[in-house]
Structures are given as structure tokens and as C-alpha cells.
Design a protein around this ligand. Structure first.
Ligand code: SF4
Ligand code: SF4
Length: 95
């Protein structure tokens, strides 16, 4: 059996980790929960607060402040344009 060749990137000690800065506009939210239910990192939860229309909007779950990976899925799904992310980048070393 032929040996397996594993390619190593030249800068393998530095890993680029996308992170998201989340922006939520509570007054636009209609409480559909799409962003909460489909976030792959379970970053969001429904708040107990209500907006002026009486809907519970999403907030970042306790302990999940650094978990958003800026995949944009929540902003793509949101029918009300009430949530979006901007990517921030961290470099982390792995030895
Ligand atoms: S950008 Fe992705 S990871 Fe971040 S809150 Fe939205 S769905 Fe979740
Ligand atoms: S997807 Fe948009 S409208 Fe639905 S709960 Fe999330 S922020 Fe609110």
C-alpha cells in the first residue's frame, strides 16, 4: 500500500481563526428564532425582554461571547435584517 503524504502549509504554526462581532437590532426582530435555532455554534438565546412590538429578540448566550465564527448564517436567515456580524481575525499559534 502506498504511503500517505500529508501536505503541511508553510505557516502551519499560525492559524487564522475567524471571529464575529455580532450586531443585533432588537426593534426589527419579529421573534421567529431562525437565528437562534440554526446557529451552528449555539451562540444565541432568546431574551426575556420584549421589544416594542412584543417580540423576544436574540442575545448572545452567557459564556458564548467568543464563539461566533462570523459564518453569517444568522444574517442570511433573518427575514427582518435584524442581525449581522462583522468578521474580526485572531491569529493563534499551534505547536
Ligand atoms: S454568524 Fe454564524 S456563528 Fe455567529 S451568531 Fe450568526 S449563525 Fe451563529
Ligand atoms: S432571525 Fe431575525 S427576526 Fe428572527 S429571531 Fe432572529 S433576529 Fe429576530
Amino acid at each position: 500500500m502506498a504511503g500517505v503524504s500529508v501536505r503541511q502549509p508553510l505557516d502551519r504554526k499560525a492559524v487564522r481563526i475567524p471571529r464575529g462581532q455580532l450586531y443585533i437590532i432588537p426593534e426589527r426582530c419579529k421573534g421567529c428564532r431562525f437565528c437562534i435555532d440554526f446557529c451552528p455554534r449555539d451562540v444565541l438565546v432568546e431574551t426575556t425582554e420584549m421589544n416594542a412590538k412584543g417580540y423576544h429578540y436574540p442575545v448572545v448566550a452567557e459564556g458564548k461571547e467568543d464563539e461566533c465564527i462570523a459564518c453569517q448564517f444568522c444574517s442570511i436567515l433573518c427575514p427582518e435584517f435584524a442581525i449581522y456580524t462583522e468578521e474580526t481575525v485572531e491569529e493563534e499559534s499551534v505547536e
